[in-house]
Design a protein. Structure first.
Lengths: 218, 229
């Protein structure tokens, strides 16, 4: 079980202090969707889980492992947290081939999620030798998802992975995302400002507004 | 007329050796300083920045004299080096390397710093979420993406070293076969009444060596660029 119970306070400016409270638990194979307008704190929440930002208080726990505990002053750096974070813009490394990108986060030794399976599920075999500059937007996101999976994450975090794509490409990539969630059984947090997209992927959808998560659909 | 004498070959080889060692000596400190100035904010940042750039505005002879005071046989550090390890930098080709390295340091730092500033920090962030420590992130993402700055800095340092005169003659001396690089040899020849023709040959040689170095670096840059596409 992956559990998050955090408060984030960021005083961007005296007049626009940002407060966010998030509390939820994710079982293996469960996909929780979070919907919210731009600036509602969706990305901040995912970055806090990944260790790129520090919450003000609370606890983040993956099974028996504490990633963050404000009271015990535990704060694992991002490279020690097994998360698969898929960014809005893919963020593939431009100087590496697709295969090198995929292998970048792979830990040495035995792996539960292996390269051939990821390549197969995401249908990216023909892209392996290409550079990111030679990929379409949809292909880039499929590679970014594959790269995040090969990190052997305890939780998969998807930060508006389709936001940079047109409708046609979205419809092409969406089945791959559903397939990934079904195949690898990872607890997944899917964040987007598009309600239909979240509803199609997630088992449960929460909305994030005024810094509070509220349940809308079961 | 165009075959080189053994003395001329020695001068060219010494100049190339000093320039190449200058680049090698500078590589790590220049990358570290460029990263520090590009990525870190700390108290005294502006002072460090100014000190790094000082050799660009100070007369080379002044720097040569400062090196002499610091690293000369009776200098603050130089006397200790001699007493402890019998290392003497003055009148030694390593002295010429140090003199040109001090002059070339700001050029190399500037080039690398500008390249580092162009690397998207979000890519470094992505690498860290993929398990890369800050050191792995630097060597696998930041440095490869700023290679052109390292290359440009290396070329600038190499060229600066090939042309270095004032600091070298003041600190390392003008010793034939040891510290007499191309500019110093040209200067020495212009001081003798029959040296004009020989000086002209060395001037032409200097131009050819510099042009060759620039063409080689451009070829290398094109190759690197092609491999990254």
């Amino acid at each position: 079980m992956f559990t998050v119970d955090i408060q984030i306070q960021q005083p961007y400016a005296a007049s626009t202090a940002f407060n966010l409270q998030a509390s939820f638990a994710l079982a293996p194979g469960q996909c929780l969707g979070i919907m919210g307008a731009s600036g509602s704190g969706k990305t901040t929440l995912l970055h806090s889980i990944a260790g790129l930002l520090m919450p003000s208080s609370g606890v983040i726990r993956s099974g028996d492992h504490l990633w963050f505990d404000h009271k015990q002053a535990i704060q694992l750096p991002p490279w020690q947290r097994p998360v698969g974070l898929v960014f809005q813009d893919g963020r593939l490394f431009p100087h590496m081939s697709v295969e090198q990108n995929l292998r970048y986060g792979m830990p040495a030794g035995m792996a539960r999620i292996v390269l051939p399976e990821v390549v197969d599920v995401l249908a990216i075999q023909p892209l392996l030798k290409r550079k990111p500059s030679q990929l379409s937007g949809g292909e880039k996101q499929r590679v970014a998802i594959g790269r995040a999976l090969l990190r052997q994450p305890s939780v998969l975090l998807m930060d508006e992975p389709l936001s940079g794509l047109d409708d046609q490409l979205k419809q092409q990539v969406l089945p791959y995302i559903k397939q990934v969630i079904a195949t690898f059984g990872l607890p997944t947090l899917y964040v987007s400002h598009v309600g239909d997209e979240v509803a199609e992927v997630a088992d449960e959808v929460l909305t994030l507004a005024q810094g509070v998560l509220r349940q809308v659909v079961d | 007329m165009w075959s080189l004498s053994p003395v001329e070959i020695d001068i060219v080889l010494l100049s190339l050796k000093v320039a190449a060692c200058c680049v090698l000596v500078l590589l790590l400190p220049a990358i570290a300083m460029a990263w520090l100035l590009a990525r870190k904010q700390f108290w005294g940042h502006a002072v460090v920045d100014a000190l790094v750039h000082l050799p660009m505005v100070l007369p080379p002879v002044v720097l040569g004299y400062m090196l002499l005071v610091l690293l000369g046989r009776r200098g603050w550090i130089g006397s200790w080096l001699y007493e402890q390890f019998h290392i003497q930098l003055t009148f030694h080709w390593w002295g010429a390397v140090i003199a040109s390295a001090v002059m070339a340091f700001p050029l190399m730092v500037r080039a690398i710093r500008q390249a580092l500033m162009q690397v998207n920090p979000l890519l470094e962030q992505a690498a860290q979420t993929l398990g890369a420590t800050p050191i792995k992130t630097f060597f696998s993402i930041t440095l490869p993406l700023s290679y052109h700055g390292v290359l440009t800095g290396g070329i600038l340092a190499f060229s600066r070293s090939l042309g270095e005169f004032g600091a070298t003659i003041t600190f390392a001396g003008n010793l034939e076969g040891e510290t007499r690089t191309l500019p110093l040899a040209i200067y020495s020849l212009t001081q003798s009444p029959e040296g004009d023709a020989a000086a002209l040959r060395l001037v032409i040689l200097s131009v050819l060596v510099s042009v060759f170095a620039l063409l080689a670096s451009q070829w290398l840059e094109r190759r690197l660029l092609r491999s990254q596409r």
